[in-house]
Design a protein around this ligand. Structure first.
Ligand code: PEP
Length: 257
């Protein structure tokens, strides 16, 4: 039996923006209207700085606009200055967690730490968004091995049921915040490769249940083509997610309505 296509997912990673809570609230008020228009056909998730989370979730009590955090520390409480845990994120209204973003990997986060974070999120009710992607695209194709290693190190040993709830975000580092984007054909090829890696690690049915997003300079102009021809289930959007009108067009590009 053919598996049902998952509901498209668009995630806005605000990173360390905007600079005040008042601006963040204004943005959520604009996005809440957007979420009303596109849900339930599209899942729309906002990932603000976690210090804003409680205030922002209160502005969208319907749950149509969903929220996430950009990072967590494995473990529930303890002597980890500056960190937040999965249960803290969940109690403040997060339902998604970004793990292994390239900006965190670049500041020293290791595959082992990413695996521990993945395990703690996967064991909770929150949805992990695991980021993978090569730093450079060499002509010999070594970037495939980079992505396979990142997937294997983060996911090996996980349960199939946990993996089925996981979102993989393919984000080539060279495309993040640079205005350079993967071609739809390259995105599709990587999506198929990720399916192959997950099938090898788990099995075909499990691999097919996993949603795969593309991220890297997605904007209102390239989103439709990347979605239609890239074979992905949606996008992880950085810069453009801070502009509500542009983010709305990206969400519209994955919607069938
Ligand atoms: C990101 O930070 O995950 C990202 C994809 O950023 P941008 O869309 O700005 O390239």
């Amino acid at each position: 039996m053919a598996s049902k296509k998952p509901i498209p997912l668009v995630v806005g990673n605000w990173k360390m923006n905007p600079s005040t809570l008042a601006e963040a609230k204004r943005l959520v008020v604009q996005l809440r209207t957007l979420a009303r228009k596109f849900t339930p056909d599209v899942s729309v998730v906002v990932v603000p700085p976690s210090i804003y989370l409680s205030d922002l979730t209160r502005l969208s009590p319907s749950g149509r606009l969903q929220f996430g955090v950009q990072n967590v520390w494995p473990g529930s409480t303890g002597a980890q200055t500056g960190e937040i845990s999965v249960s803290m994120a969940s109690s403040c209204g997060a339902t998604y967690v970004i793990i292994g973003h390239s900006e965190r990997r670049a500041s020293g986060e290791t595959d082992e730490q990413i695996a521990a974070k993945y395990q703690s999120v996967a064991a909770s009710k929150l949805t992990p968004i695991l980021c993978v992607g090569e730093a450079t695209r060499d002509p010999s194709g070594d970037y495939y091995a980079v992505v396979e290693t990142q997937l294997t190190r983060a996911l090996a040993g996980s349960k199939k049921a946990q993996l089925k709830r996981t979102v993989i975000a393919y984000e080539p580092v060279w495309a993040i915040g640079t205005g350079q984007t993967s071609t739809p054909a390259d995105v599709e090829e990587m999506r198929l490769f990720i399916d192959k890696c997950l099938t090898k690690l788990f099995d075909r049915a499990t691999a097919r249940a996993v949603r795969v997003l593309y991220g890297g300079s997605v904007n209102q102009k390239n989103a439709t083509e990347l979605f239609i021809h890239g074979g992905v289930d949606g996008f992880l959007v950085g810069g453009a997610s801070l502009r509500s009108a542009e983010f709305a067009r990206i969400v519209a590009s994955v919607s069938s309505t």
